[in-house]
Design a protein around this ligand. Structure first.
Ligand code: LLP
Length: 414
């Protein structure tokens, strides 16, 4: 693991987090290059026995340095916007390893993606097929497409990050998929190459993935019967990580659970893991600003807030909080770790037993995924800086936003 204590001080690889806070200030996102690579190789290696392509879900962490690192190590990318496409290309990603997911691809997104030569559009609606066909025909191109089938399985995860149920807005209902494929086959500027699904995020068990795969296998057979043969199956992302005491399936267990079906299918396999690769590769470093013990609760007001990390506020996510310096000197009390934003929902953690003093440094663990990327400027707070450590070296991969930058696009009335 990249974030471990050495002599009671928390390190990121071989960098003392106290030194990083001094040099770059807080709040600060700290990423570990080694952990990113370890996580990427764990999932890539787990599928080594079949033809596959890992496409990192850019939405989980889209820093250019992260994308560049993964691209250099053979990763492809799962994107959901024209912006993410531009980022991946800017970071040196290979367009032919990009799959384009998402419900609302604009004509412009489609055009740019077709011109870049992406591997596949993961299509989520009937209407989207028409739109992609129109743009492709105007450009005199053939668009490679896959249909995202909603298999109606319960991912058993937080409702906001569950996507594979009938009532969710995602994908094409299992019952409509065959007709939609037929329609796709009738459009002259589309080439049907695959099928995909993504049933949710932070899944701990392999069973929902297997259930979804069984449904996709049936569908692939039905497609064959009507003369539509596919080249690939995209099994999405969603494998969870340990934030507290969850016991998520390992990448190997995940691969093993699905391997019999995948081997039987004999298709190229695409994967879209995000969190699995990025979550444990980052922490958010924050400093205790004011301690406010009250009769009811003890609040530690820190310099990070919900604008820096919204997961606890939005999904009631439990993220581990570690003291950078473990000292026995102070009394342990139960603290709520909160930001200074005027919202009751502005908390990073609740009920944590810590021995705190003002100016102490805390590390919010597992903050490499869906953390910086979901940050905002709420309360006119500049976004945190991001650094990536590599052994004893540290690289600034995103500068802290200055106040001037926050209003640079605003104008006074004439
Ligand atoms: N593929 C598609 C089509 C997706 O929608 C997602 C995530 C992924 C792949 C990657 O899923 P992962 O492997 O990271 O679980 N902000 C939430 C998570 C939202 C996930 C959205 N879709 C959070 O902080 O928990």
């Amino acid at each position: 693991m990249a974030f471990v204590y050495q002599n009671n001080t928390l390190y990121a690889e071989d960098c003392n987090l106290n030194d990083l806070a001094k040099k770059f200030g807080t709040p600060l996102y700290v990423y570990s290059k080694a952990q990113f690579l370890k996580n990427f190789h764990a999932i890539d290696d787990a599928f080594a026995e079949i033809e596959h392509q890992v496409c990192f879900a850019v939405k989980s962490n889209s820093n250019l340095a992260v994308l560049n690192l993964l691209a250099q190590n053979g990763s492809g990318f799962d994107i959901v916007s024209g912006g993410e496409l531009a980022r991946v290309l800017k970071a040196g990603g290979d367009a032919s390893k990009i799959v384009f997911s998402g419900l609302g691809k604009t004509e412009q997104d489609i055009e740019v993606a077709l011109n870049a030569g992406i591997a596949c559009f993961n299509v989520e609606s009937y209407r989207e097929l028409t739109r992609i066909n129109q743009v492709a025909s105007r450009l005199n191109k053939i668009a490679p497409i896959s249909l995202r089938v909603n298999p109606d399985v319960d991912a058993q995860t937080h409702p906001y990050i569950s996507t594979g149920l009938k009532e969710n807005k995602f994908g094409i209902a299992h019952d409509d998929a065959l007709d939609t494929y037929r329609y796709a086959a009738s459009l002259s500027n589309l080439e049907i190459i695959g099928i995909d699904c993504h049933i949710g995020s932070q899944l701990l068990d392999t069973q929902p993935f297997v259930d979804a795969l069984i449904k996709l296998e049936q569908m692939i057979d039905e497609l064959k019967a009507i003369g539509i043969t596919l080249k690939h199956i995209d099994i999405g992302g969603g494998l969870g990580v340990q934030y507290k005491d969850e016991q998520p399936a390992t990448p190997k267990q995940y691969a093993d659970a699905m391997m019999p079906i995948l081997q039987r299918l004999g298709l190229k396999v695409y994967l879209e893991p995000g969190r699995l690769i990025s979550a444990t590769a980052g922490v958010l470093l924050t400093q205790v600003d004011i301690l406010k013990p009250t009769h009811h609760r003890n609040f530690a007001i820190v310099d990070a807030a919900m604008n820096d990390l919204i997961r606890p506020a939005l999904y009631q996510s439990w993220m581990d909080v570690k003291a950078v310096n473990q000292s026995q000197a102070n009394e342990v009390k139960t603290w709520d770790i909160v930001g200074a934003i005027c919202e009751t929902g502005d908390f990073l953690a609740k009920d944590r037993d810590l021995a705190l003093q003002e100016k102490d440094l805390l590390a919010i663990m597992g903050a490499g995924a869906y953390s910086f990327v979901m940050s905002s400027n709420y309360n006119t707070r500049g976004r945190a800086a991001e650094v990536m450590v590599d052994g004893e070296q540290v690289h600034l991969v995103r500068e802290r936003e200055s106040l001037e930058q926050l209003w640079q696009y605003e104008h006074l009335l004439p």
